[in-house]
Design a protein around this ligand. Sequence first.
Ligand code: ADP
Length: 598
Amino acid sequence: MTTPDFTAALAALRKYFGYVSFRPTQEPVVRALLSGRDTAAIMPTGAGKSICFQIPALLFSGMTLVISPLISLMKDQVDDLNAQGIGAACINSSLSQRENDMCLQAVAEGRIKILYAAPERLESPYFQHLLQRQNVSMVAVDEAHCLSQWGHDFRPSYLQIAPFIDTLPVRPVVSAFTATATPEVREDIVRLLELRDPLIHVTGFDRPNLYFEVRHGEDKEKFVVKYVRQHETEAGIIYAATRKEVDALYTLLCRKHIAAGRYHAGLGEAERTQMQDDFLYDNLQVMVATNAFGMGIDKSNVRYVIHYNMPKNIEAYYQEAGRAGRDGEPGECILLYAPQDVMTQRYLIDISTEDEQRKAHNLGRLQKMSAYCHTPGCLCHFLLAYFGDPEAPDTCDNCGNCRSDNEKTDVTIDAQKVFSCVYRMRGRYGMTLVAQVLQGSKDKRLHDLRLDELSTYGLFRGRSLAAIKLLIQRFIATDYLALTESQFPLLVLQPPAYDVLRGKKKVYQYLPHEEKKPKKAAADNSLFEALRSLRLKLAKAAHVPPYLIFSDATLRDMSEKQPQTPEEFLDVRGVGEMKQKKYGSAFLDCIRMYRNHD
Ligand code: ADP
């Protein structure tokens, strides 16, 4: 096989997708695949993983098989590729026998360049036989963390991929893509897919267009209603922990005449599909959902993701929050924290049927999530450091914590009191008991355990239990203290705490604040809004989601460049040849009208 060169890849990127260059994070993956090297790419949501395998797929002589876990995800991508004039198809259980047969017929005739299938399909002898007779150049595994027991969406059928590849007469290039960055998952991907001398490409996890914030002590319902009203022209997702909470919030928003949808596993298939489609087609402004929603959602113009409850771990949080701003435009990710959320998640771990080792592991991840909610430092730094990003700067100057106008406060004395109490309690008790001792609580348990005899008993007399616990949680978040990974987590000292006890180190915290976010510059949005409504009209007529016509980023670029001719229109980021032919004149007319009336 002659290897296609990178210039050809750039030309295809321009022609089909309307982009002039690969992002620096995409280029090494594309180059490796073009040279026939197996690749595992670990890139955050919105980094543009699909193009990394779609462009090589177009240039390879044979067909590419893409393994994807969700039908909706496949459908979106196939629609998108077809809209750019690329021969793509998917085969899955939601299609009729006839549709699947037609697809297989197209494959047999060599008319399909990119075929999407769910992993279960690989077990079908007919499918195996068919592909053995094709020239399969590449197998691309999307959402590859599904291979790993440690990934959050483990799918046993993913384990069939490597044996399937073995049945092909010529081994294709194998590529794997995921946004889950933990080392266990990465190792499992390489091992279980049997990658050969792979390029392992882990990009920075930074999403500079996203604004992160954790809010404590909010009246959550009021906050959400106000926020959604203030962002009336924008699409957003609100994640809640339970179906009950989703239903309650959904009812509330509907009562307030907000175009809201809901999504959780307790709803019927028809309602879920309808809600999801309405959201994709911009008929709904906001979707209230459990974590069942989103994995198959490619909608690029989600402008905010609010977590009504704290999720179970940082992987899940970053993936869900990361659904904001996939188009590179600004997005807001706000987590509404309440102590009850930790208890709910702990309960869910307790009652799960998983083995003890895994429960302990999950508990550890939950503790990290809670630490994120309590860190007084930069939230972006915390997230990036969690994912092992070596280049994570200490501050981002953009998250809720960095932008706050908190005073840096010396809390060394408080820290010494807490640490010495933990020391005297010998790391044998949990956070509540430590807080109670410091508070000087009259709780009978303390008396029974003779904890009221400790010299640290009552050092924080007069403070509320919640305030003391918050203080402790901040020390956990900053690694002075830790909770053990056990069913009843015990509070223990970490090495830096000893330096504080010995008076060798001072401790600072940025104490709670009233947020003062700089207001976004008020830009003239009228052309952007006009283009948006044209997009909606065209999308309705063609029965496709608006973002499949053009992304928000493309409309934004269009409103800035204000092209006048078809050639200029092609210069807009995200406009390929096919789309310029299809939509060019409508959008050019719209721009002309705007300019005449401006
Ligand atoms: P991921 O699968 O990594 O979450 P997507 O493949 O959905 O990301 O891509 C996110 C967005 O970035 C899409 O709107 C896509 O069109 C856009 N994109 C991808 N590659 C480029 C590029 N080279 N230049 C500009 N935009 C790009």
